[in-house]
Design a protein around this ligand. Structure first.
Ligand SMILES: Cc1cc2nc3c(=O)[nH]c(=O)nc-3n(C[C@H](O)[C@H](O)[C@H](O)COP(=O)(O)O)c2cc1C
Length: 214
């Protein structure tokens, strides 16, 4: 499959969380996922440990099982999100409202997303001391982002999600993840409906940039 004609900067600024524009009816070619995973493996990891494992879930029953755990966790989150959003005003209120609506759509349709990727890392996060947490997750999450960028370049949409982790044990049992491995995220993957995505409105750099001292 041809890669999208994006400059590196366009790729970096338009890789959005895709939820409503996931094509739920179009299968994803397994080779495309493998290409993205090979690119993921180019990411750095602490001491070059490469302790990552990747579960690519396409089996409909397993996807439905994961989606049900996700839904249980997400419904509580979405109720809270509605309350939190009430505290925003202006443009930010509109943006947060859209994020919540989009997250609700994904919650209701996760079982229909053709591919769910669960990146895992060797080590039980519950035993990682606070000063080692950044190094632990830093040895997996850059690879996940590499995966998502590579997917975007191939016309695939992804969304970083984490809500299923409230049921990480149950999902580990469902997928046979051995003890001593931690799940870092759950990435739904599908072809996108259209390929044009825009840079997001973010809080201005000036509000969070510190020169020399905080
Ligand atoms: C660590 C992390 C966890 C996230 N968890 C979820 C999630 O469980 N469900 C979801 O729909 N989106 C989740 N998101 C996506 C964010 O809502 C999204 O990145 C944010 O709204 C900005 O939108 P954008 O990615 O399109 O720029 C998560 C993102 C990150 C980085």
């Amino acid at each position: 499959m041809a890669l999208l004609d994006l400059t590196p900067e366009e790729l970096l600024t338009t890789t959005r969380s895709v939820r409503r524009r996931l094509d739920l009816d179009r299968p994803v070619e397994p080779e495309l996922i493998e290409e993205c995973l090979r690119i993921a493996l180019q990411a750095p990891s602490g001491s070059n440990r490469q302790g990552w494992h990747w579960i690519v879930v396409t089996d409909p029953e397993l996807r439905a099982g994961i989606a049900e755990y996700y839904r249980r966790s997400a419904l509580a989150y979405l109720d809270d999100a509605d309350r939190r959003n009430a505290g925003y005003t202006g443009d930010r209120a509109a943006i947060q409202g859209r994020v919540t609506d989009s997250a609700r759509y994904l919650t209701e349709n996760l079982h229909r997303v053709p591919v769910l990727v669960i990146p895992c890392l060797e080590g039980d996060v519950a035993t990682v001391p606070p000063q080692a947490q950044a190094g632990f997750w830093g040895s997996l999450l850059p690879a996940v982002w590499n995966f998502m960028l590579a997917a975007r370049l191939r016309g695939l949409g992804t969304a970083w999600t984490s809500l299923h982790l409230a049921y990480a044990g149950e999902v580990a049992a469902l997928l046979g993840i051995p003890p001593g491995y931690s799940q870092g995220a759950l990435i739904p993957v599908a072809h996108t409906i259209g390929t044009d995505f825009r840079p997001a409105a973010r809080d201005p750099l000036e509000t969070i940039l510190h020169r020399d001292r905080w």
